[in-house]
Design a protein around this ligand. Structure first.
Ligand code: SF4
Length: 411
């Protein structure tokens, strides 16, 4: 095992040190139980950072945003890191609130709505946008990513009632799936599906698998999951979970990863457990990568991530332009066109199987970004009436929509 902490380090982050350390460290429940939610602990952990630094940064967000750092994540950041370096550290930038909330600007976070279409939620937990598939939206996570696009249900300390996951809605959601003949695929998605116990997951997968179509055959042909667990707590991939993945024939698992440092030996071992444990029924593993300023907004880092994933037989699938209306968007978004400038040097110089599709996630549906700096007739870079950069494009429904962009910074 790598990155194994010393006992004294563990004592500082763990409440319960009565058990064997090796076993505890690789027990996903222990990792979650000992996840840090207290700024004071960070202050005592990082030996070269003055007390008050974390507290002040945290206070700037108005005490509204959650953080939860597993011991595993904490150990990815050097204990003796300086204040200047931690502010640039990809783990810290992803899992700790990044100061003042971004509340003024055409793409700002107003704290009242995620960028979603309410009419696409026939139940509180079921999201139906595209004809053939529905998402089941969990709202809690193993750790909280500062760039999350559904902050009202996840990052906010007091999530909005209508955004909370509720098992009371499960029967209604199953009923909705039964009544919609075109639905053939179910995706367990974010929050984090794997925060559920194995038995809860298994019961839900069983319910879905038992839905019959008109022909009396199983109606749901494909099952998928979007997870962040391999970055935050790779020990969540237990043998029992892998058996469930195999038994219910999960077709695809999308791994949300932003930076190559997340592909640790523990991450790779978890990938191995899925592939070897599920054997011929192993799901297709793909990478979803949010494009984030200060974390992966350079070609070298992106290629390091894509090539490392490809080397593990994980397909880089989506590079997701960082969405508007997120709490720290002013510190995390790069322009759509800057994303093209980062990706273009990889086109044709690297194998395309190792490169993702560059995607805009609009509340009205995804759009592939054409890798043309001047846009195309159906994808135009322009400004709104206040002079803010926007992208206008024709979406999958053939409608013109607008997407709030930010200014280019790469020449
Ligand atoms: S794990 Fe997913 S849903 Fe949860 S905070 Fe991170 S990005 Fe958001």
């Amino acid at each position: 095992m790598t990155n194994q902490p010393t006992k004294s380090q563990l004592e500082m982050i763990a409440v319960d040190v009565g058990r064997n350390i090796d076993k505890m460290w690789s027990d996903w429940k222990w990792q979650q139980k000992n996840a840090t939610k207290d700024v004071r602990l960070l202050e005592s952990y990082f030996i070269n950072i003055d007390s008050g630094f974390f507290q002040n940064l945290y206070k700037e967000s108005g005490d509204r945003i959650k953080f939860q750092i597993t011991p595993y994540v904490l150990y990815q950041i050097p204990k003796d890191i300086s204040k200047e370096k931690i502010l640039k550290n990809p783990w810290f930038r992803q899992f700790f609130p990044q100061g003042k909330l971004y509340t003024k600007g055409h793409d700002a976070y107003d704290g009242t709505d995620n960028w979603e279409n309410p009419e696409e939620f026939p139940t509180k937990i079921l999201h139906h946008k595209y004809d053939n598939r529905v998402l089941i939206r969990f709202r809690e996570c193993l750790g909280y990513c500062s760039f999350c696009f559904e902050a009202l249900g996840t990052l906010e300390k007091n999530p909005q009632e209508r955004k909370k996951f509720s098992y009371g809605n499960w029967e209604k959601s199953l009923d909705y799936i039964r009544k919609h003949p075109k639905v053939e695929e179910v995706i367990f998605s974010g929050g984090e599906p794997l925060l559920n116990s194995d038995s809860k997951l298994e019961n839900m997968l069983k319910d879905i698998s038992e839905i019959k179509g008109k022909d009396e055959k199983p109606k749901i042909k494909f099952k998928r999951m979007h997870i962040r667990a391999l970055t935050i707590n790779p020990f969540r991939i237990t043998d029992n979970l892998v058996n469930i993945i195999k038994k219910y024939r999960i077709n695809e698992i999308a791994l949300n990863v932003a930076h190559p440092s997340e592909l640790t030996p523990e991450f790779e071992e978890a990938v191995g457990r899925i592939k070897e444990g599920a054997g011929r029924y192993a799901p297709l593993l793909v990478l979803h990568t949010p494009l984030l300023k200060g974390i992966n907004d350079n070609t070298k880092t992106l290629w390091e991530l894509f090539s490392k994933a490809y080397g593990m037989n994980i397909k880089p699938y989506y590079l997701l332009h960082s969405m508007p209306h997120t709490p720290f968007g002013d510190k995390q978004r790069v322009s759509v066109r800057d994303g093209i400038k980062l990706l273009k040097p990889l086109w044709r110089t690297k194998s395309h199987v190792a490169l993702p599709e560059y995607i805009i996630v609009h509340y009205d549906g995804k759009k592939t970004v054409p890798l043309e700096l001047n846009g195309t007739p159906e994808f135009q870079y322009t400004q709104n009436s206040e002079g803010n950069p926007i992208v206008k494009f024709r979406n999958w429904k053939n409608n013109w929509v607008e997407y709030p962009d930010v200014k280019d910074t790469i020449n």
